[in-house]
Design a protein around this ligand. Sequence first.
Ligand code: KIV
Length: 280
Amino acid sequence: MGDKVDLSKLAARKAAGEKLTMLTAYDFPFARLLDEAGIDLILVGDSLGNVVLGYPDTLPVTMEQMLHHTRAVSRAVQRGLVIGDMPFMSYNVTVPEAITNAGRFIKDAGADIVKLEGGEAVAQTVAAVVRAGIPVCGHLGLTPQTATQLGGYRVQGRTAATAKKIWEDALRLEDAGASMLVLECVPDRVAERISRSLRIPTFGIGAGPGCDGQVLVLHDLLGLGGGEIQPRFVKRFAELAETTLSAVGAYKDEVEAGTYPAVEHCFSIPDHELDKLDEP
Ligand code: KIV
């Protein structure tokens, strides 16, 4: 495809003030639809854990699970860039292990970029992964893999001191060679200042419109998120849970009433062949 996204085009679009788009996907059919819709970056998030695999949070997600789903997404995406999210403990133990695991996302699973959470603490790892030739997306603010340390799933950077720390971390990651940053649950005016001060694009989720782009969990946007509690930043652009329930309910009713399958859904056999069935 002629308009294949690449990192230099993303940087140029930031410089031109154009907004960028990122969404999560975990499987082939949704990834294909997002790519067809022109979404720039398809993130195989470790939100896989809670969104698709039924875990309470992202912590149990393994490298093998992430690679499996990243492969499916990579097979579908032609225009956008695929980001593989490095799961908890796949980059936090040693730098060589982080490089090896990041490499698996690229070599074995077809991702273009890897994402990892944290600031100063992972800056050396980011630099090493980038030196190995692998583009990195950082993730600051509310970092779900370390939510317990942050006091739970809450907005980060609401005081000058904590906002400054996120800002310093962002600059540190840019210096380390990160190609882009996710800013999650950060006050809008803080995220805007951070975004303006960086050369690399920022993608906000609960971080306001001043970021260079936005990212959402696909299932939240589609109304498939489940659960009554939705974070304030989620906008449901569709109600697919309702649509799915009504379609499945109609299927059940028709099967039970004997009206589905109808003639047009059946395969035929010629009469003379059918007659032979009854012959001894
Ligand atoms: O795992 C994920 O889906 C993410 C997004 C929320 C940015 O990290």
